[in-house]
Design a protein around this ligand. Structure first.
Ligand code: HEM
Length: 180
């Protein structure tokens, strides 16, 4: 039985739930990020945009809870590995957390600067800041770019996990794998 908290050798059910929920939410938000050929803002894309924005806001909420959980529950002990590898792993993790915060933050900021409401499933949140349309558009371009970048960074992170499992044959992959 896996406990809620991490042990010296693996992540607990709490950390694993946050990790895999984040993976699923980001993948779903990404897959639902391409509107019709014109824009996610078009009337035809209204339903899609609401799902994209709702899932994206959930990513933000989950990452905040995840970081709070990380304060209570530490990570498993470091596995022995080359110094450059440990440094690279840490850098990638920091980049992923930074992107998970920056992507929803730029989306909400850019949308409001454009003078548009954030449209969630069932309700809208009107702009809370003054309109600056051009700046808003630029920030939305950054949002879209970062939204694509996170898939690449996550891909590198996942490839590294597989490298640990199949090539280095250490316990890194196992530590985040659900089950016994
Ligand atoms: C982790 C969360 C998110 C990810 C991974 C993500 C990803 C993306 C990506 C990749 C695009 C570009 C789509 C394309 O290539 O055309 C995009 C566009 C967009 N996203 Fe997000 N997004 C996230 C959260 C949000 C949130 C919270 C909002 C709420 C305001 C939002 C609103 C939008 C809008 C309105 C566009 C269209 C921008 C435009 O056409 O100028 N996204 N998102």
């Amino acid at each position: 039985m896996m406990g809620l908290r991490s042990t010296s050798s693996r992540y607990g059910a709490g950390a694993q739930a946050f990790h895999w929920l984040t993976v699923m939410l980001v993948l779903a938000t990404y897959m639902l990020s391409k509107g019709d050929r014109y824009s996610l803002y078009s009337a035809a894309a209204d339903g899609l945009r609401r799902i994209h924005e709702t899932l994206g806001v959930l990513v933000f909420i989950v990452v905040v809870l995840q970081l709070l959980w990380r304060l209570i529950d530490g990570a498993p002990a470091k596995q022995p590995m080359a110094r450059w590898m440990a440094a690279a792993a840490k850098l990638v993790k920091i980049a992923l957390y930074a992107l998970l915060v920056a992507i929803p933050a730029t989306a909400v900021l850019g949308t409001w600067l454009e003078g548009l409401p954030v449209t969630l499933l069932g309700f809208d949140i009107a702009p809370q800041i003054a309109e600056a349309h051009g700046l808003g558009q630029s920030i939305m371009e950054i949002h879209a770019t970062l939204g694509n970048v996170i898939l690449w960074v996550a891909g590198v992170h996942a490839a590294a996990a597989l490298f640990h499992h199949f090539y280095l044959r250490d316990e890194v992959f196992q530590s985040m794998a659900p089950g016994g």
